[in-house]
Design a protein around this ligand. Structure first.
Ligand SMILES: Nc1ncnc2c1ncn2[C@@H]1O[C@H](COP(=O)(O)OP(=O)(O)OP(=O)(O)O)[C@@H](O)[C@H]1O
Length: 705
C-alpha cells in the first residue's frame, strides 16, 4: 500500500510501521510507541490518529512537557518529536509529523478523540487519556496537575482568614525587630516577602542568586514562630520542616541556615530563646522528608498518612517536577502552610513540569490588589510601587514575591549584569555587557580557534587568570582551574602513617578546593560535550603530571552520584573525589576510597568504597542540568560548535549563576550564544491556567481589614 497521510491516519499497520521507524531513529521513545500499541490492543477500533496523538502525548513527558498541546502541535508538528537538527545520514528518512498531519485542523482532532470514548475523557474518569481544553494528557499527569492546583487553590483561599486573624500591631513589632524600622530605601522586598508570606498559607519567594532568599526565609520562620509563641507561655512552637530537591542543595542550605539563625536579632529573653530554638537548622531532601521507600515511587507520607507538620519550606523549588510536587502537596495536612523558594528563571527539572516557573509567570509585574497593598502597608509600613498594583490581580499573584536586589553581585558585577542581560533575551544587550567598555573583572570570554587552542587548557586546567582583568578586589586571589585541587591533593598529602584526623583534614581541603572550579557543558555528546571534555581534561591533567587517569577509579577522579542511595546516605547530585587514603592496615599503606563531604554541611568527611558506588559519573565536566543546586567560585561554560535546541536562555542563565566569583565562556564558534539567548524553554501544561482562572481579588467577596 502506498503511504499517504490519509492511510497513515486511518490504517493502524501503516501507522505502526511509522512509529517503529521513528523509534529506531530515536525520534520517539520505545515507551511512547509501546503506549500506542497497548491502546490499540485495548480498543482496536480506535482511529489511528488518536493512537498517534497518544504516542506524541507520551513523548512530550520525556521532554519536560506535562501534556500535548494540540494547537501547538498543528502549528508546528515537527516540534513534537525529538528530531535531529538536520538529517544525519544518507538514508531516506521516514515521514515527519508535519507530513502526517498536513491540512488537519483542531476540530478534526477533537472529532477523532471523541470516537475513542474508552480511551479519552474530558476530565474525571478512568480512561488512560484526558482531553482538557486543547491539552491531551496521560491521566496520571492530569491528576498530578489537578492535585497541585487544588492544594494551592485551597491554601490561597485560607489567606483571607489568616490575615484577619493576625494582629497588625504584633506583626509590625516583630518586623521592626527583625528588619529594623522601615528605611528610606523602600520598598524592602525581603520585608514585604515576610509580611505577605506570614499572611497566607501558601507563598513563593523567588529571586536571582544572592537576592536573600535564605536570609528572608530564616527571618520569616522567626516571624511566624514569634507570632505563634508570643502571648502564650506553654504552647508548642509550629512544627516546621525544611527540604530541598537534591542532597547537594540541602547541604548548601544546611550550612547557611544555622549561622543565620544564630545571628537573628531576637530579644535576649525566654521568648527570644524559644523562637530561636523553634527554627529548624536541619535541611533534608524532599524524598527523605516524604519517606522514600526502596524500589518504589510511593512514599511513606501521603494523603492518608500526612506529615506531622504545620509548615514546609522547600528551597531550590525550580528543580521540583510535577510528580514530586504533587506527592509533596498530597502529604501535607490540609491546614499546613507551604513556602517555596527558588529562582524562577533557572532551568526547570528535566522531568515533566516546570511548577515554579509557571507559578511565577507574572512575578515581574507584581499584580498586587489594592486591598493587599493596604493590608501590607498597615502591618509592615511598606508601600508597594504603584506600577505593581493591579485591579485585575488574581489570588495567586498575591502570594508570589520576587526579591529584586542582589546582595552578592553589586551593580557593577559582570556576572550579575550578564545574567540579567541573558534573562532579557536580547543578544544585543548581552553583547553590550561584554563590549560596553566597562571593566568587568569577573568575566572572561574566550573564542577558541579549533580543537587545539591553548586557551582551552589555560582556563580549564590553570583557571585562565590572565584572561580576567585583575580588579585588585580579590587581594591577589585568582580564578582556579582543575589543577588547583589536584595540587592540594599532592602537596598536602599527610603521608602513609598519618592519623585519621589528619587524613580527614586533607580530604576536606581537597573537597573545598574542588568546589572552587567547575567546567559545564551544554550537551553530553559531540566534541564539546561532557564525554569528550571529561576525557580531554583528564588527559591534560595527566600531561602536567597531576593525574594518572588509568582504569575506572584513580586518585583524583571527581565524581557525582546520579541516583539516591539511602543505604550509603548519598543523594543524587552529591560530589566526591577518589583519593589514595593512608591506611596502616593496607599492604602498601594506601587504599582507594571516595571522599564525600558530610550530608549535614559539617566539615566531616565520609569515605566510601568505590565498588559500593553504583551510579556515579566523572565530573571534570558536567552538564548545566546536573549543576543545578550547586555553586562554584569559578565556573566555565563550554558552548557547543553547532546550534542546539537544548541551548536556551534558561540554560545559559543557570550556567552563569552557578558562578559566585568568576565566569568564563568558552566559544568554539561565533553566534552560538546569541542563538541560545533568543531560544526559550517552552513547556506545555495547564497548571498556570487553572490557578489563574480564579476570579480577580478585587471582584471577589473577600473583604480586607
Ligand atoms: N538585606 C540585606 N542586606 C545586606 N546583605 C544581605 C541582605 N540580604 C542578604 N544579604 C547577604 O547577601 C548574601 C546572599 O544572601 P542569601 O544567601 O540569603 O541569598 P540567596 O538568595 O539565598 O542566595 P542563593 O543564590 O545562594 O540562593 C549573603 O551574604 C547575605 O548575608
Amino acid at each position: 500500500m502506498s503511504m499517504t497521510p490519509q492511510t497513515l491516519l486511518t490504517h493502524w499497520p501503516s501507522l505502526r510501521t511509522l512509529l517503529d521507524q521513528w523509534t529506531e531513529r530515536g525520534w520517539l521513545r520505545p515507551l511512547d510507541r509501546a503506549l500506542a500499541v497497548f491502546l490499540h490492543e485495548q480498543a482496536p477500533d480506535t482511529p489511528p490518529l488518536v493512537l498517534l496523538l497518544a504516542a506524541l502525548a507520551s513523548h512530550q513527558l520525556g521532554r519536560g512537557h506535562v501534556c500535548l498541546d494540540l494547537a501547538a502541535l498543528l502549528a508546528d508538528p515537527d516540534l513534537s518529536l525529538s528530531l535531529p537538527p538536520e538529517s544525519d545520514d544518507g538514508v531516506l528518512p521516514p515521514p515527519r509529523p508535519s507530513w502526517c498531519l498536513a491540512g488537519l485542523v483542531l476540530p478534526t482532532l477533537y472529532q477523532a478523540l471523541a470516537q475513542a470514548p474508552s480511551l479519552v475523557a474530558a476530565g474525571v474518569g478512568t480512561t488512560p487519556l484526558v482531553l482538557d481544553g486543547q491539552r491531551l494528557y496521560l491521566r496520571r499527569y492530569w491528576q498530578y496537575e489537578q492535585g497541585i492546583g487544588q492544594a494551592i487553590g485551597e491554601r490561597l483561599a485560607m489567606g483571607e482568614g489568616l490575615r484577619q486573624a493576625l494582629s497588625g500591631e504584633r506583626m509590625r513589632h516583630w518586623l521592626d525587630r527583625l528588619f529594623g524600622p522601615v528605611g528610606p530605601d523602600a520598598p524592602d522586598w525581603q520585608r514585604i516577602a515576610c509580611a505577605l508570606a506570614a499572611g497566607g498559607a501558601f507563598a513563593v519567594i523567588t529571586g536571582g542568586p544572592g537576592t536573600g532568599k535564605t536570609t528572608t526565609v530564616v527571618r520569616l520562620l522567626a516571624l511566624l514562630q514569634a507570632l505563634h509563641l508570643s502571648g502564650q507561655t506553654e504552647g508548642q512552637p509550629l512544627r516546621i520542616r525544611m527540604a530541598a530537591p537534591t542532597g547537594k542543595a540541602a547541604a548548601r542550605l544546611n550550612s547557611s541556615v544555622a549561622g543565620r539563625v544564630g545571628a537573628l536579632p531576637l530579644p535576649d529573653d525566654d521568648l527570644g530563646r524559644r523562637i530561636r530554638a523553634a527554627i529548624p537548622t536541619q535541611v533534608t531532601t524532599v524524598h527523605r522528608l516524604l519517606g522514600s521507600r526502596p524500589n518504589s515511587r510511593h512514599f511513606r507520607h501521603h494523603a492518608r498518612n500526612p506529615l506531622p507538620v504545620d509548615l514546609v519550606v522547600v528551597d531550590e523549588a525550580s528543580m521540583i517536577d510535577l510528580e514530586l510536587m504533587s506527592q509533596l502537596v498530597q502529604a501535607l495536612p490540609p491546614e499546613a502552610r507551604l513556602i517555596l523558594l527558588g529562582d524562577k528563571d533557572q532551568l526547570a527539572s528535566v522531568e515533566a513540569g516546570a511548577v515554579l516557573g509557571e507559578l511565577c509567570d507574572r512575578a515581574d509585574g507584581g499584580h498586587y490588589s489594592s486591598r493587599i497593598r493596604n493590608w501590607l502597608h498597615g502591618v509592615s509600613g511598606e508601600a508597594l510601587p504603584p506600577a505593581m498594583v493591579d485591579s485585575t490581580g488574581r489570588p495567586l499573584d498575591q502570594h508570589i514575591i520576587m526579591l529584586r536586589q542582589s546582595h552578592r553581585f553589586g551593580a557593577d558585577s559582570g556576572i550579575g549584569r550578564l545574567a540579567r542581560a541573558v534573562n532579557g533575551g536580547d543578544p544585543a544587550q548581552v553583547a553590550a555587557v561584554w563590549d560596553g567598555g566597562d571593566r568587568l573583572p569577573d568575566l572572561a570570554r574566550v573564542p577558541l580557534r579549533g580543537d587545539g587552542d591553548k586557551a582551552l587548557e589555560q582556563v580549564l586546567i590553570q583557571g585562565g587568570g590572565d584572561l580576567f582583568q585583575d580588579d585588585g578586589a580579590g587581594q591577589g586571589e585568582r580564578p582556579r582551574g582543575h589543577a588547583h585541587y589536584l595540587t592540594v591533593m599532592r602537596d598536602t598529602d599527610p603521608g602513609d602513617g598519618a592519623c585519621r584526623e589528619a587524613v580527614d583534614d586533607w580530604a576536606g581541603r581537597i573537597l573545598g578546593a574542588q568546589a572552587e572550579f567547575q567546567c559545564l557543558c551544554v550537551i553530553r555528546g559531540g566534541p564539546w560535550g561532557v564525554e569528550q571534555m571529561n576525557h580531554r581534561i583528564a588527559q591534560a591533567l595527566g600531561r602536567v603530571g597531576l593525574l594518572a587517569p588509568e582504569g575506572v577509579w584513580y586518585p583524583g577522579r571527581p565524581v557525582m552520584v546520579t541516583g539516591n542511595d539511602y543505604g550509603l546516605g548519598l543523594m543524587n547530585g552529591d560530589m566526591g573525589v577518589a583519593l589514595s587514603m593512608p591506611d596502616p592496615e593496607a599492604p602498601d599503606g594506601r587504599v582507594l576510597r571516595v571522599a564525600f563531604p558530610a550530608a549535614d554541611g559539617s566539615p566531616r568527611v565520609r569515605w566510601i568504597l568505590p565498588s559500593r558506588l553504583g551510579q556515579v559519573e566523572t565530573v571534570f565536566a558536567m552538564t548545566v542540568h546536573k549543576s543545578q543546586g550547586s555553586e562554584f567560585r569559578h565556573t566555565a561554560l563550554v558552548l557547543p560548535d553547532a546550534p542546539s535546541p537544548i541551548l536556551t536562555r534558561e540554560l545559559i542563565y543557570t550556567a552563569i549563576t552557578r558562578a559566585s566569583r568568576w565566569f568564563s565562556l568558552l566559544m568554539p564558534r561565533a553566534g552560538i550564544l546569541e542563538a541560545g539567548v533568543k531560544r526559550r524553554v517552552l513547556r506545555s501544561s495547564g497548571l498556570k491556567g487553572a490557578l489563574l482562572s480564579t476570579k480577580p481579588v478585587e471582584n471577589s467577596v473577600e473583604t480586607m481589614s
